[in-house]
Design a protein around this ligand. Sequence first.
Ligand code: LHQ
Length: 266
Amino acid sequence: MTEVVLTKRHETQSRYWLEITLNRPDKLNAFTDEVFAGLRAALTEAADDDISAVVLTGAGRGFCAGQDLASRDPRIHDDLPDLGETLRKNYNPIITMIRGLNKPVICAVNGVAAGAGANLVFACDIVLAARSAKFIQSFAKIGLIPDAGGTHSLVQALGPLRSKAWAMTAEPLSAEMAQGWGLVYQCFDDDVLMDKAREMAAELARGATLGLAEIKHAMHHAVDATMEDQLNYEADAQVRCGASHDHHEGVMAFLEKRPPQFTGKA
Ligand code: LHQ
């Protein structure tokens, strides 16, 4: 049977990064129980200490079309589905795993990202998109609200008014518009997206991983913090970074006018 989620380890100067590919291309990589299980396993692999960066992408012409609606076909299932259970069991742990990873997660959005597939993108740390990609908050079309963390990440990125308008209209947003709105970091021609994502992953994988993880968690923490809380958080995080081998190495490399040799270790 075809694997619905693929993982591939890449090496760069004795450091490793993991490429995760959603692989149900004929259904635009829509989520099924099998995809959830595969993605959970892939993210567990991504948490390994020897993996320093992650790329998440989709096979074929789509990134992910959200929940597989065929598995919700009311003509087959006449009982009301418990969507809360679906979210708690499947989507929420995946979003929490991505946000909790102590390393950067790049999302390479190769095509359409709809519903929970779009919000999976916005749980990642760096979003790169193919120019042909588009983003759709499809939920309103089927009487639902944005899930998989969408109400949180959209309001943070866009503010409440634009978030509500986008979610209520469920209009497709082009990659370039999404970049203008701050949802995408960089857009690339379709044929170079994966090269660019892999280049960035390799670069990050050779980096000061502990410091990169601290950047990620500090930004997450800032969302709900006051300036005073955040100043204290920064001071605590900087103690951890300042004690690391990579901080020492970064400063030495600067002073000795040479490239740093980071280990990613504390
Ligand atoms: C699909 C899907 C799909 C199955 C394309 N399912 N087959 C929901 C419910 C439960 C619990 C909690 O959370 C959620 C979260 C959600 O994600 S809700 C949102 C669910 N997703 C959608 O509503 C999006 C539905 N898909 C679309 O609107 C379109 O397919 C988009 C705009 C994504 C792409 O349009 P096209 O480029 O025109 O492609 P297509 O529609 O022809 O799709 C290609 C194939 O993929 C097709 O299969 P077929 O066998 O006919 O070739 C579609 O049926 C299949 N597909 N999305 N979500």
